[in-house]
Design a protein around this ligand. Structure first.
Ligand code: IPM
Ligand code: MG
Length: 367
């Protein structure tokens, strides 16, 4: 019997629609090759939704997400100047993305920082540092901390403008993300780097206390504690020491972008945002308005997000592996796009669609 999955497709802003279109071709091909149907339904989201529907996260999109089996989301956001045209509360980050994370309760953000040996030339790091390649799973708490804590602004008694934002976590929120990280470690090398700042922040002190409790249920996992500032250095100097890393929301935002940096581009960073009932998949990067609509952006992060969806929402692990392999083989054959590479040195630059054509042909062979 054909299994049907309903997928909400939120193409987003900037390069979102063009890379989403290519990612959907991958799903189409899998439909042809397997007993599965993907019912993909488009919905407005982000700045484009504000301009077309007056809301960056319209009701119809909320309802669709509520009933979908999974959500595929493109990048959102506009240039600084364009953003100014949207009221602060409707800007896509604050009006759409954060409310979506909270609504769907997607507390566990998986950000693979992965560079197989055949793609090592993308990294700005020296060859000997990249070694056999980088393979890190950064797990970021996604619905707590500074992002969602109380906020206040006003004027002090002496007339100075002030702001206050709070970093809040309760032990339940900490425990649930740590359990996810330990479980992921069990599936991989059983080494977990706990990233914190307990020399300054009491939120990290509580985090580490809860970690000691959770660790008792996973005696096989070796935990390595590392301060977040030190982790930033280690990611550059010795990234291959890491397997799974876990951290709170803000640390994860920053270090995952650094992850993109050591790979050579945020364009190589797909992600999965998992909650107890819902999951959505998105590139970790922004909407690159400077190259939007020019058929230049590499679709890797969006197609990679589809691979994560196949694996984590639909249990199609083999198909997911084939998608990764297909993309890597295209890079290994010397093809790239101009957002990732300058060309020359045997590298042939393709457009977004041409790159996806190659991925599709490679995938056809693998499925
Ligand atoms: C990310 C992004 C978002 C975040 C922005 C767009 C609000 O940078 O997903 O990493 O800060 O979480
Ligand atoms: Mg970020």
């Amino acid at each position: 019997m054909t299994q049907t999955y309903k997928i909400a497709v939120l193409a987003g802003d900037g390069i979102g629609p063009e890379i989403t279109e290519q990612a959907l071709r991958v799903l189409k091909l899998i439909e042809q090759k397997r007993e599965v149907e993907f019912d993909c339904i488009d919905a407005p989201f982000g700045a484009s939704a504000y301009f077309s529907h007056g809301k960056s996260f319209p009701e119809e999109t909320k309802e669709l997400c509520d009933t979908a089996d999974a959500i595929l989301k493109g990048p959102i956001g506009l240039s600084h100047e364009e953003s100014e045209k949207i009221p602060v509360d409707e800007r896509p980050e604050r009006g759409a993305l954060l409310p979506m994370r909270r609504r769907l309760n997607t507390y566990a953000n998986f950000r693979p920082i992965s560079l197989p040996a055949g793609m090592a030339h993308f990294s700005p790091l020296k060859k000997e540092v990249v070694g056999e390649g980088i393979d890190i799973m950064l797990i970021r708490e996604l619905i707590g901390g500074l992002y969602f804590g109380g906020k206040e602004n006003g004027t002090t008694e002496s007339g100075l403008r002030y702001v206050k934002e709070t970093l809040e976590y309760d032990e339940g929120q900490i425990r649930q993300i740590l359990v996810v990280a330990f479980k992921e470690s069990m599936k991989r090398k059983k080494v977990l780097h706990n990233i914190h700042k307990s020399n300054v922040l009491i939120s990290s002190v509580l985090w580490n206390e809860v970690l000691e409790e959770v660790a008792k249920d996973f005696p096989e996992v070796k935990v390595i504690h590392m301060l977040v500032d030190a982790a930033a250095t280690h990611l550059c100097l010795n990234p291959t020491q890491f397997d799974v890393m876990v951290m709170e929301n803000m640390f994860g935002d920053i270090l995952s972008d650094q992850g993109g940096g050591i790979l050579g581009s945020l364009g190589l960073m797909p992600s999965a945002c998992m909650g107890p009932d819902k999951a959505y998949y998105e590139p970790s990067h922004g909407s690159a308005p400077d190259i939007a609509g020019q058929n230049k952006a590499n679709p890797y992060s969006m197609i990679g997000s589809v691979a994560l969806m196949l694996d984590m929402s639909f249990g199609m692990e083999n198909e997911a592996k084939a998608v990764w392999q297909a993309m890597q083989s295209v890079f290994e054959s010397g093809f790239s796009t101009s957002d990732l590479s300058k060309g020359g040195d045997g590298i042939v630059l393709l457009s977004t669609t041409e790159f996806a054509d190659k991925v599709i042909s490679a995938l056809e062979e693998l499925l």
